[in-house]
Design a protein around this ligand. Structure first.
Ligand SMILES: *[C@@H]1O[C@H](CO)[C@@H](O)[C@H](O)[C@H]1NC(C)=O
Ligand SMILES: *[C@@H]1O[C@H](CO)[C@@H](O)[C@H](O)[C@H]1NC(C)=O
Length: 794
């Protein structure tokens, strides 16, 4: 999203009537209203038919004013205006105009920023957070302070460590991002069947997966997202960039997808029919609407000069399959584009059918919302104790323990600290008393804050607070000496450092992976002076090169906490003092600073190219040195794995008998007269074709703890795989979080889909399942599964 010049805002006001503030005061299909008896208000009819009826009653002028986020009302039909743009990335947010805090709704529960919640690797948590957010959002809708269409989550792959919006995403791994997308969307939307047995796909809220696709550069060097043409290989699109979007639509059943600002291979994503109509609606079967990022259409017309006239831009995006424009562009130019014959009325109708159907699924044409299934949600359902406890739980589950030094004195790990042994604790660093910074971007107004200082104070007899740096930038003259003095006198020192929105944000990518300004100097000086143990707590979305702290023996423990939300300070203290045993894992690779020299942010290639000195991106393709690898995260206990059950052989059968002959023929290499080495997923019988993997996790330490079982896959070596496969060295194909009491064992059962997870995309983006030895790596275990193919007439 971006703010536009005043001129456009004025045009918007001129072009569209302001939406009615409260949906409960003037709802569509009100009894006795102008439309009460019309088919679109009749709840017994199929939703699509009702939507078609409504659209058929509109004039062209009325229609084009419904193509924009600030949709105008149609008073003659009793239809109020509607603001489509609301946000709920990690709590109800007033980043978009659809949400307004105030009155009975002063704030909403602020969950941790997504990158931290992703680190928990707990899909149950992801869905529960979505549910809590949707309760609060519905409550605010009922109070006339929010919409029902939320443009969250952001599921772009966190490809480059500098990206300012990486914090909003579930990280760099396609499987984690895919599962996060589906779980959070399910929680937000909570689909249900209509009570009268009508449409079975009713929605509590409509979520939106954004920003499709290959968008992960905001502003770097001379390039910004409004002008960037991302040159992306078909292979990378298929096995990296599009994976979370597909899961969002196919598994999460998201009601919306947003196209991005950037171009992909020379075409603005919002004008790309192959993407919008082809991939999203055609291949994945989106049941919902496609929306532009805010002013995307204007951006590809004005900034990218993609079309000659604004009418051509309006026509291009509608023909490509866009249904809703965030921004005024279509309200201004779609009418004249139709009049000029550049786009058909039918295209406009098709777009409206998609948006209005979603509104119908949300119950917006079912009369008084107070009488609907969520009508009772109100102010008492926002910032509830339960939701605030979940925010705390999420913050704790997102804490990654990066380092825990074995202390010389007692020959035990320094963390957790024993409160009784550390009566006076110095809490220093620019984030020691953080509030807003803990929320990250796409923030709302939190119910309350617990700062790190307050969190630690609950465990110590006394805390000594010295910021050391007046802000995160920490440049020039800084009160470092005072922080050093506090550490010298305390029994233990907690340094809370890191980044904030002035360093990494929307519209702002980083230029370095190092801590800003004099922060490293502060941390080292404090560690040197400290009489007791020193714990470094890092708040950030993106990775930080902290080699200096990693190697400093006077820094005993390091925690990464993302941006931990409103309860962040308590979560941090609960981990430091052992009330919560950390179990999260890094969702991104922590690179060394010098990695940046080898990867221009504009190079979208995931795969390494050694000939050109290009090292590849993310743990799937980059195999060089790291500060901390993807998946790193310690616990206060230790876990071991035993394989309880997994097949050693599996046969892939070919689909459809009519197909078999052709498939079988293509399975034979005529030259060698022997079977080829990979089966196209399109030719395989994928339904139910899974590898069951059962793992016993033993907690061999002396503390209860939660552990994420990670299953990595390595395809048969390239010589056996499909030609040009360039499969990842290894990649995550399943993960499951499990709680195991000290001394106990817990079994985790996973099923790995062969076609989805064990396939490899070739250079054309075609997925094939390689035949041969597939390896699964689970902690210290490696297991081989031999995949064969049903031989037909060979
Ligand atoms: C068959 O194998 C030969 C030798 O490895 C190779 O050059 C050829 O491309 C293969 N043909 C097919 C259809 O896979
Ligand atoms: C996952 O999160 C839920 C919700 O916070 C929690 O109840 C559950 O214990 C977590 N699972 C594990 C294994 O930690």
């Amino acid at each position: 999203m971006r703010s536009r010049p005043l001129l456009l805002l004025l045009l918007l006001v001129a072009a569209t009537a302001a939406p009615t503030a409260s949906p409960s005061s003037a709802f569509a299909c009100a009894p006795g209203g102008p439309a009460a008896s019309l088919p679109f208000c009749r709840q017994s009819l199929p939703l699509r038919a009702r939507a078609r009826d409504l659209v058929s009653r509109l004039t062209r002028a009325e229609k084009v004013r419904l193509l924009v986020n600030n949709a105008a009302g149609v008073p003659r039909l009793g239809v109020a205006g509607y603001e489509w743009w609301s946000e709920a990335l990690h709590g109800v947010s007033d980043t978009g105009p659809g949400v307004r805090f105030g009155g009975a709704f002063p704030g909403a529960t602020a969950f941790p920023q997504v990158i931290g919640t992703a680190a928990s690797l707990n899909a149950t948590l992801w869905e529960l957070v979505g549910r809590a957010v949707s309760d609060e959002a519905r409550a605010m809708y009922n109070g006339g302070r929010a919409g029902l269409t939320f443009w969250s989550p952001n599921v772009n792959i966190f490809r480059d460590p500098r990206w300012g919006r990486g914090q909003e995403t579930p990280g760099e791994d396609p499987a984690v991002s895919a599962r996060y997308a589906a779980a959070y969307v399910r929680g937000l939307q909570q689909p249900y069947a209509a009570p009268n047995g009508g449409h079975r796909n009713r929605l509590k809220l409509a979520a939106c997966c954004k920003h499709f696709t290959a968008y992960d550069l905001d502003k770097w060097g001379g390039t910004d997202r409004f002008h960037f043409n991302a040159v992306v290989a078909a292979q990378d699109l298929e096995d990296t960039f599009n994976v979370p979007f597909r899961a969002c639509v196919e598994d999460g059943r998201a009601a919306s997808v947003m196209c991005s600002y950037n171009q992909v291979n020379g075409v603005p994503t919002c004008a790309d029919a192959a993407f919008l109509r082809g991939t999203i609606r055609g291949r994945w079967g989106l049941d919902g609407y496609i929306v532009s990022d805010c002013d995307s259409v204007d951006v590809f017309f004005r900034d990218q000069h993609y079309t000659r006239t604004p009418e051509d831009a309006a026509a291009a995006t509608l023909r490509a399959g866009l249904d809703l424009d965030c921004g005024p562009f279509l309200a201004l130019y779609a009418g004249s584009a139709v009049a000029a014959g550049k786009v058909a009325d039918a295209d406009v109708d098709a777009a409206l059918l998609n948006t209005v159907t979603v509104q119908m699924r949300l119950g917006m044409f079912d009369g008084d919302p107070a009488a609907g299934p969520f009508g009772r949600l109100g102010p008492a359902d926002v910032c509830t104790r339960e939701h605030q406890d979940l925010a705390l739980d999420a913050a704790r589950q997102g804490v990654v323990l990066l380092k825990n030094r074995r202390g010389a004195r007692h020959n035990r790990d320094v963390l957790p600290l024993r409160p009784a042994a550390h009566r006076v604790v110095a809490v220093v660093g620019p984030h020691a008393d953080a509030t807003v910074a803990m929320i990250g971007n796409y923030a709302g107004k939190p119910c309350r804050y617990t700062t790190p200082l307050q969190g630690v104070a609950a465990y110590a007899a006394r805390v000594a607070h010295q910021a050391g740096c007046t802000d995160v930038a920490c440049r020039g003259n800084q009160p470092i000496a005072a922080a050093v003095e506090a550490a010298r006198q305390a029994d233990a020192t907690v340094v809370v450092a890191g980044l904030d929105q002035r360093v990494e944000a929307e519209g702002l990518d980083r230029t370095t992976l190092l801590l800003p300004g004099r922060q490293a100097e502060l941390i080292s000086a404090v560690a040197k002076a400290s009489k007791g143990p020193v714990i470094l707590v890092l708040m950030s979305g993106g990775p930080i090169d902290i080699a200096f702290a990693q190697n400093d023996p006077r820094i005993d423990g390091i925690l990464w906490v993302g941006y931990p939300g409103q309860a962040g300070g308590q979560a941090i203290a609960d981990v430091i003092f052992g009330h919560h045993n950390p179990g999260a894992k890094l969702p991104v690779t922590w690179y060394h600073q010098d990695y940046l020299q080898k990867v221009p942010m504009t190079n979208m290639a995931m795969r390494a190219n050694p000939a050109r000195g290009y090292p590849g991106r993310t743990y799937r393709f980059y195999t060089g040195p790291t500060i901390y690898p993807f998946g790193h995260g310690l616990s206060y206990t230790q876990f071991t794995h035993t394989l309880a059950h997994a097949p050693t052989q599996l046969t892939v059968r070919l689909s459809g008998s009519g197909h078999s002959a052709a498939s079988a023929a293509s399975l034979l290499n005529a030259t060698l007269a022997r079977p080829v080495r990979a089966v196209r997923v399109a030719h395989a019988r994928c339904e139910g074709l899974t590898v069951p993997v059962h793992v016993d996790v033993s907690n061999v330490g002396d503390r209860d703890g939660a552990h994420a079982v990670l299953v990595y896959h390595a395809a048969p070596s390239p010589s056996h795989a499909a030609p040009g496969a360039d499969a990842p060295a290894r990649q995550l194909v399943a993960f499951e979080k499990v709680h195991v009491p000290a001394g106990g064992v817990a079994r985790v059962e996973m099923r790995i889909g062969v076609c989805d997870r064990l396939s490899v995309a070739d250079r054309n983006g075609v997925r094939r399942v390689p035949v041969g030895e597939h390896r699964l790596m689970i902690g210290e275990l490696t297991h081989s599964v031999s995949l064969g193919v049903e031989q037909l007439g060979v």
